[in-house]
Design a protein. Structure first.
Length: 368
């Protein structure tokens, strides 16, 4: 029992570390995207920032699939019926879709009329998470071991269908609805982005069925398989012929999805090694990983909102690096305020304690 609990803690540690790394990359990428001067956007620092930043949404979606697998496994262990397991998974999507709308509503409200109302219907990563979970929730009827196979198949189907979806004529469908499904560089459409959720579901299910003592060996296989995915997918992407009549590598290519999945597996394997044997305590990346949604929400308003409009698309590279460092420090402070410092009480708990202490102070009596 203790061994299982300890392994579960390590799993959460390396998942938080991986998610935190993605959050850190996201912060720098968004700052560069919002504040770097236009004339500097063809230079190396900006291009590198955005290239590395491209892995961030893939990591978040993949880990959403991992946590979905944990949820499905937990409900099945409780002895719930297949319908109850499916409904439990689908309810998670409702929560994410509600957050997605509230996020867009808050961004639009804080713009004070500077943003179009159509921004309320933008399909962002939270929308993709919600739709992806709805689509994959029927997999809850299978056993955890079977979900490894069906999750991987679902991911391959979604990724492989993306070029076909792009090639079809969707002019009859309203643009708001089309953005949910048809690959577009401006949106997180179901095709191909939801493939990462399916692959994460397969990986999370695998984490649930292995023996605790085999975790290290499995991470070695993750690293090797991830490397094979990167090399293999890149090789086939470079071939002069394709099974698709038209495919854009950076928009809808299954090869890019597999390459990013391979990178995620290698990063996760390194994260397990690091959190299990090198740094088993507090770390900046784990801290960000535990509060990634809060960091995502707040930093997006700061970076893309109207707060610092004077510096939008106007900073040099050193100035942008300084701005990124400032945002990272601010978000770290916000994260620690939310969770507390190294197991201590959060800021809200401290304020509540202060308030309760003030309320129960005895009232001085006359003559005291």
């Amino acid at each position: 029992m203790s061994q299982t609990t300890r392994t579960g803690g390590q799993r959460l540690a390396f998942i938080d570390w991986t998610r935190g790394l993605a959050a850190l990359i996201m912060l720098q990428g968004h700052v560069f995207h919002s504040f770097t001067a236009k004339e500097l956007r063809n230079d190396g620092p900006y291009v590198l920032s955005q290239f590395v930043g491209g892995i961030t949404p893939a990591v978040f979606l993949f880990l959403t699939g991992v946590t979905l697998a944990f949820l499905m496994d937990s409900t099945s262990r409780k002895g719930l019926s297949p319908w109850q397991c499916t409904w439990s998974a689908a309810r998670r999507s409702g929560y994410l879709l509600m957050l997605a709308f509230l996020f867009r509503l808050q961004m639009w409200s804080f713009s004070l009329g500077k943003s179009s109302w159509t921004g309320l219907f933008k399909v962002d990563i939270l929308n993709c998470m919600g739709l992806g979970i709805i689509a994959l929730s029927p997999l809850a009827i299978f056993s955890t071991r079977d979900r490894i196979r069906f999750g991987a198949i679902s991911g391959l189907f979604i990724a492989g269908s993306a070029p076909l979806i792009s090639a079809a004529d969707w002019s009859w469908l309203h643009p708001f609805a089309r953005a949910w499904f048809v690959p577009d560089p401006n949106f997180f459409s179901f095709f191909p982005w939801a493939a990462f959720i399916a692959f994460g579901l397969a990986a999370g299910s695998l984490l649930r069925v292995i023996e605790p003592g085999a975790m290290g060996r499995m991470m070695e296989w993750w690293a090797l398989f991830g490397l094979a995915l990167v090399v293999g997918a890149r090789y086939f992407a470079n071939l002069p012929y394709s099974i698709y009549a038209n495919s854009d590598f950076w928009l809808n290519s299954p090869a890019l999805i597999l390459i990013k999945t391979g990178v995620i597996l290698m990063v996760a394997a390194f994260a397990y090694l690091w959190t299990s044997y090198v740094n088993t305590g507090w770390s900046l990346l784990r801290q960000f990983g535990m509060t990634s949604l809060l960091v995502y929400w707040v930093h997006t308003e700061l970076v893309y909102g109207s707060w610092f409009w004077r510096w939008k698309e106007a900073l040099t590279v050193p100035q942008t690096v300084a701005a990124a460092a400032m945002v990272i420090v601010l978000m770290l402070g916000l994260s620690i305020a939310r969770t507390g410092w190294k197991g201590g009480p959060s800021l809200l708990v401290l304020l509540r304690q202060k308030w309760n202490g003030w309320r129960v102070q005895p009232v001085p009596q006359a003559g005291d």
